[in-house]
Design a protein around this ligand. Sequence first.
Ligand SMILES: [Zn+2]
Ligand SMILES: [Zn+2]
Length: 224
Amino acid sequence: MTDKKTVTYESAKLFVDKERESGVVKETFSDYISRKKILPNNSIHHVTSPGAIRTANHRERLKKWWKSKQWKEYVRVHTTNQTCKECGCASGQVKGDRKPATLTINHLYRELYNTFEDYLKFAADKTEVTCTTCNWMFEKGMNVCPVCKDEKTAKYKHWNQPMCNTCFKKAHPEIQEAIDKKKADAKALKKKLMDDQKARVKEYKLSHKKAVKNNGVLGNGGWT
Ligand SMILES: [Zn+2]
Ligand SMILES: [Zn+2]
């Protein structure tokens, strides 16, 4: 189904380009596809940047590698009886509300992605055994907080931070106090503004009533 759409969309583009070039058709491509009710697909032809194409190609290549027997065997050999270098999980171990850990090989350097042979090279200083969660977080620049890490906990922090946010707040109670004070001050200020406004409205109503009474007129706002 998707393939059919792709072909239709692409061939429609070729068709319109050709027709417009030869001057037969004045209609634009977008007018043409909306008239013919051709749905655009997510193909590279009009929406995807070169960077995104490279990323997509890279992911496609990785998927192929991960499906291969060599990769599965490589992971099995190097992760047997090992634990995650980051969070310390053994295969199947559960920390916090995470899924049971699955061990894999984390590639620390980009050049290991150049070829499948490089990808399968195991070197103590270039690869490490991690669980799939730590591997994923590594790609995002995060690693495990060393302060609260224990048998049941593995929280993540940015790689150049000394500890996770929770541990940081615990270590610096004055920061949490300042945050709480700021919140309380803002709440008090909001209440004061509301009370002032209420008082102004009340005062206006009273003075208005008084003015109407003094003028002896009711219900026409003081016009006589
Ligand atoms: Zn881990
Ligand atoms: Zn922590």
